[in-house]
Design a binder for this molecule. Structure first.
Ligand code: UDP
Ligand code: MG
Length: 360
């Protein structure tokens, strides 16, 4: 929001100036540049020095907020190109979300003053995340709530940490040089000096590059079998594991709690019969009830394998289910079918036709 939709720095500066003027202190643009980005309490402490009482501190903080809100309500203007872009992107059928580290009160104030709330299907504020940018958490949460795959998202950012957050979330990124010069934003897919230079065509082109829509739309819709294995069931990780797959845009089309018997286990793991770990594996997989799930989605089989990570948790890539939740090569939290043929076989072992639903 700040630096993309609106330049609130100006209003922060004016509200500090007004507040300090009434107490006889001058606060210049130079002073403001010096304190930009600091918290209100730090700024007041710096300006007033040691010579202030608690009451004076509170009065100044409050006066500044009142002045800020008043200024925003009366004067706030969107940055160039913003309104047109919000309108045309909506009209083209894209879903939009606002992701800001600002408290939700400030988001409400600004988007209602600008009259742009209706453009945002989801709003993520600083209160919704445990990690600010450069963590991709806010952007990933937005994609999750919109029900879209991160690879089908374009982030519009002005901050260096924001560009990093977009990349971390594997989203495309357009950076606008409202706050930082182009050199510092080079990690973005595209850098513009104003949002007037961005349009729906540019956004569509970005999305079809590499892993974008053009390629993905040729991908088959597949079903795959996932099992939450006994080690994960014991640690109450079923919900967290299902969530990882749902976050990637996969849909649950079948699900049950089942205590596998040795016959089912031998059939399910038939390809491993005769291997040294086979008997231990059968014993392990039949040791507790497990959750069996059929997920459906584009390229589901490969997507699930990538989300799971390597069989051995110690070798699994960071951020995968097995790296995060697996214990060792046997107790590796999750099973996922490894090919369309095996997915069909495995699904038939665990589910009857009437227990499988289409994507709703
Ligand atoms: N397994 C094991 N020891 C091994 C290899 C595999 O206990 O040396 C178990 C492990 O639980 C694994 C399962 O057998 O998930 C099936 O092995 P596979 O090679 O098919 O791995 P996956 O497809 O599950 O990644
Ligand atoms: Mg396997």
């Amino acid at each position: 929001m700040d630096g993309v939709i609106v330049d609130s720095a100006l209003y922060h500066m004016r509200s500090w100036q007004e507040t300090y003027r009434s107490t006889g202190i001058t606060f210049t643009e130079q002073d403001f540049k010096h304190v930009f980005g600091m918290r209100n309490d730090e700024i007041i402490r710096l300006v007033l020095g040691k010579d202030f009482t608690d009451e004076k501190f509170k009065a100044i903080a409050q006066a500044k907020e009142v002045a800020f809100r008043q200024l925003i309500r009366s004067y706030v203007k969107p940055l160039p190109g913003v309104i047109k872009l919000l309108d045309t992107v909506d009209a083209a059928g894209f879903l939009q979300a606002l992701v800001s580290s600002t408290p939700v009160e400030n988001i409400d104030l600004i988007i209602d003053s600008l009259g742009v709330r209706r453009h945002f299907r989801e709003i993520i504020s600083g209160y919704d995340v445990t990690e600010g940018k450069p963590s991709p958490q806010g952007y990933l949460l937005a994609a999750h709530r919109l029900g879209v795959h991160p690879a089908d998202c374009v982030v519009i950012e002005d901050a260096v940490a924001g560009v990093e957050a977009a990349r971390g979330g594997r989203m495309k990124c357009i950076a606008v040089t409202n706050t930082h010069p182009a050199e510092r934003l080079a990690a973005a897919d595209m850098v513009v000096s104003s949002l007037e230079m961005v349009n729906v065509g540019i956004i569509e082109r970005l999305l079809t590059q590499n892993s974008g829509l053009a390629e993905r739309s040729h991908m088959p819709i597949e079903k795959s079998l996932v099992l939450v294995k006994p080690d994960a069931m014991k640690r109450r990780l079923a919900g967290a594991i299902i969530n990882r797959f749902e976050q990637r845009g996969l849909t649950v089309v079948g699900m049950k709690l089942i205590h596998m018997d040795a016959t089912l286990a031998r059939r399910h793991y038939a390809v491993h019969e005769g291997k040294p770990f086979f008997d231990g594996l059968v014993k392990y997989i039949t040791s507790t009830p497990i959750v069996a799930i059929i997920f459906e989605g584009e390229n589901a089989i490969e997507l699930i394998r990538r989300t799971m990570g390597a069989t051995d948790p110690a070798k699994a890539e960071k951020g995968t289910i097995r790296a995060d939740f697996g214990v060792d090569i046997q107790n590796n939290a999750v099973h996922g079918s490894d090919s369309p043929e095996n997915a069909a076989k495995e699904i038939a072992l665990f589910f009857k036709k009437g227990e499988i639903y289409g994507v709703y």
